[in-house]
Design a protein around this ligand. Sequence first.
Ligand SMILES: *[C@@H]1O[C@H](CO)[C@@H](O)[C@H](O)[C@H]1NC(C)=O
Ligand SMILES: *[C@@H]1O[C@H](CO)[C@@H](O)[C@H](O)[C@H]1NC(C)=O
Ligand SMILES: *[C@@H]1O[C@H](CO)[C@@H](O)[C@H](O)[C@H]1NC(C)=O
Ligand SMILES: *[C@@H]1O[C@H](CO)[C@@H](O)[C@H](O)[C@H]1NC(C)=O
Ligand SMILES: *[C@@H]1O[C@H](CO)[C@@H](O)[C@H](O)[C@H]1NC(C)=O
Ligand SMILES: *[C@@H]1O[C@H](CO)[C@@H](O)[C@H](O)[C@H]1NC(C)=O
Ligand SMILES: *[C@@H]1O[C@H](CO)[C@@H](O)[C@H](O)[C@H]1NC(C)=O
Length: 186
Amino acid sequence: MAAFLSLVQLLFIGTLIVPAYSETERCGWLLNATASDFTLSTLPTAYQANTTYLVTIRDNRKASDSTDVINYFLQAVSPENASTGEWKVADKENCSDIDTAILNVTQQAANWTSSVSNISSVEIRAYIVFADRSAVFKAVTLNKAPETTTLPTSTTHNSVPVVQSSSFFIAVIQLPLLLVTSRLLS
Ligand SMILES: *[C@@H]1O[C@H](CO)[C@@H](O)[C@H](O)[C@H]1NC(C)=O
Ligand SMILES: *[C@@H]1O[C@H](CO)[C@@H](O)[C@H](O)[C@H]1NC(C)=O
Ligand SMILES: *[C@@H]1O[C@H](CO)[C@@H](O)[C@H](O)[C@H]1NC(C)=O
Ligand SMILES: *[C@@H]1O[C@H](CO)[C@@H](O)[C@H](O)[C@H]1NC(C)=O
Ligand SMILES: *[C@@H]1O[C@H](CO)[C@@H](O)[C@H](O)[C@H]1NC(C)=O
Ligand SMILES: *[C@@H]1O[C@H](CO)[C@@H](O)[C@H](O)[C@H]1NC(C)=O
Ligand SMILES: *[C@@H]1O[C@H](CO)[C@@H](O)[C@H](O)[C@H]1NC(C)=O
């Protein structure tokens, strides 16, 4: 009898510990999400491989709308719509093959590390999920920084690459002209 009672007690405690929602349920909340204009920022802002980003959600919609938030969801996808990089969070789901970080309402930021592979850009998607299981989303695209940011800043040294690049430019213009001329001659 005592054993039966503790089994009943265990089962009862068990129901308190099991997560309240299944994976498919939680992923399903995102399906009907509508676009919204809350703030979604990343640091740094340009895309680089193998780099850790701090992704922050700031829910600056009307305060009255913010009271019933239950979760924030975050995803990172490549231009081919494939999940990319890794979310450094405790709670994650595989939603339609996309690695999805799940933050509770007290967390508004997460670290994400980009993949070591060479992709041109990444789209970070954030969802705000409400108590009625409706959701809004926002996406930002991180592009690679333009190459010009790596040029030397010293003015004395700048003149040399400019001369080199202008003669390169002339060479590029001359090449098709040479081809056309040689076609005409032949
Ligand atoms: C999404 O919206 C469609 C049509 O409005 C509805 O049939 C469906 O049940 C909704 N799905 C979820 C997960 O809320
Ligand atoms: C990625 O970055 C980590 C830490 O900065 C470094 O240890 C590792 O070698 C890098 N991996 C590649 C493939 O560049
Ligand atoms: C990625 O998904 C978006 C919307 O879900 C779609 O508009 C776009 O065509 C997809 N791109 C590729 C390359 O599949
Ligand atoms: C995510 O789930 C799909 C099936 O829904 C499965 O094919 C895929 O391997 C899973 N991906 C990961 C990273 O677990
Ligand atoms: C939210 O998540 C953090 C980190 O996992 C945890 O410390 C905190 O207790 C959670 N808060 C709630 C209300 O679940
Ligand atoms: C992100 O990583 C940094 C450095 O490891 C850490 O100090 C910070 O607490 C992390 N932030 C979050 C939201 O996990
Ligand atoms: C990365 O891709 C760009 C073009 O998309 C290419 O110019 C560059 O050489 C590639 N870098 C590596 C390390 O593969």
